[in-house]
Design a protein around this ligand. Structure first.
Ligand code: TXA
Ligand code: MG
Length: 349
């Protein structure tokens, strides 16, 4: 039985939070909203509970979890060192959508980090996440609250769809504001390295890091894996998705042609479009994500739209991709490309 408890996102009811915190301390699984996506929380220092979480999500054990704490102070016992670059990033972006990979202390069970000598730490800003972390008084390991290989949940209903009956509790705090996961930065090497673009933009990171060089990792599957969980099979909708990138005029031309061809083949088409894209489908489904020039708006709608197209049972998804990687654009392009699992079409004259 999974209990769903609704709270006000800005001022969550203290007794509801206390109930969820007690459940977590006893080794229960509690889904809760963060500013990025819903997380599935578990008491991070309880290896039995952590293994239960991997089972509930059907997540491979080699994919490490992010440990959430209410502030940098509570992270100290989990790590052996806070390098100066980490301290600077934490001061500027915590609480917020940034995850720092740091050398782990012996306090953190190997089940959390998939045996790695490092641990990923995040201080979320969402009032519900903050309240839950403070009420529980323990570090909370929380991956996104989806079944493995499904898009991350940005609404409580998404968590219900994937995990009902498999977890103890869901705190429904409404839609998550950002809609894409946190930026993950590895600080265990000689210089900071981005493992996953996300809620904090690369420009903002670079501004703050100043002298610290940033190496942007390429997320193709050919090279060595920078982070075991960062596989293309993540974020995949059920229907095969192809993403069309390039200037809008050529993208729209290509989308029209592809939609028409798929329909001639008798397939139901799902279209993921930007505001004003004039592409249509005879008997398929259309979702408009937002203005191409406003990646924040697009990100807030992306995962919900992918799930809706899946639920509608379309056979293929054709998406207008993101070419401009400023701001949240980098995270959006990354997630769309992953959802496409390599089916990326470059459109130009
Ligand atoms: O926004 C977010 O980060 C959300 C919310 C719930 O906080 N969480 C999230 O967790 O996206 P998850 O498990 O879906 O993604 C965590 C990513 C994975 O790609 C994992 O491989 C990476 O962080 N990661 C975790 N620990 C790591 C470590 N020690 N070294 C390198 N990568 C790590
Ligand atoms: Mg995830």
């Amino acid at each position: 039985m999974t209990v769903v408890l609704a709270v006000d996102a800005q001022r969550p009811d203290a007794s509801t939070i206390a109930r969820a915190a007690a459940c977590l301390r006893m080794g229960g699984l509690v889904a809760f909203p963060t500013e990025t996506v819903y997380g599935l929380g578990v008491y991070a220092l309880d290896p039995v509970a952590v293994r239960k979480l991997f089972e509930a999500k059907a997540r491979p054990a080699d994919d490490p979890l992010i440990v959430h704490v209410p502030s940098l102070a509570e992270a100290r016992e989990l790590v052996t060192d806070v390098p100066s670059a980490a301290a600077v990033l934490a001061a500027r972006f915590w609480p917020g959508p940034l995850t720092l990979v740091l050398p782990k202390s012996r306090v953190v069970p190997d089940d959390v980090t998939a045996g790695l000598p490092s641990v990923a730490i995040r201080v979320p800003s969402h009032p519900v996440a903050q309240a839950l972390l403070r009420a529980s008084g323990v570090p909370i390991a929380a991956p996104s609250a989806n079944l493995f290989s499904r898009p991350s949940p940005t609404r409580a209903a998404h968590v219900v769809a994937d995990l009902d009956g498999r977890i103890d509790m869901i705190i429904d705090g409404g839609p998550t504001p950002m809609g894409v996961e946190s930026t993950v930065v590895d600080l265990t090497g000689p210089s900071p390295r981005i493992l996953r673009p996300g809620g904090v933009s690369l420009e903002d990171l670079a501004t703050v890091l100043g002298a610290h060089p940033l190496t942007e990792t390429r997320f193709d599957t050919s090279g060595p894996m920078p982070s075991p969980g960062l596989l293309d099979r993540h974020y995949s909708p059920r229907a095969p998705l192809t993403v069309y990138e390039g200037d809008a005029v050529h993208v729209i031309g290509a989308l029209r042609a592809a939609a028409a061809a798929a329909e001639l083949d008798g397939r139901r088409v799902g279209l993921l479009l930007m505001d004003g894209d004039r592409v249509s489908t005879a008997k398929g489904e259309v979702r408009v994500l937002g203005p191409l020039g406003n990646p924040e708006a697009v990100a807030a709608n992306l995962y919900a739209a992918l799930r809706e197209l899946d639920a509608a049972g379309v056979d293929v998804i054709l998406a207008h991709g993101v070419a401009d990687t400023r701001g949240l654009g980098a995270a959006l392009r990354d997630r769309l490309r992953r959802a496409a699992a390599g089916r990326v079409v470059q459109c130009s004259a």
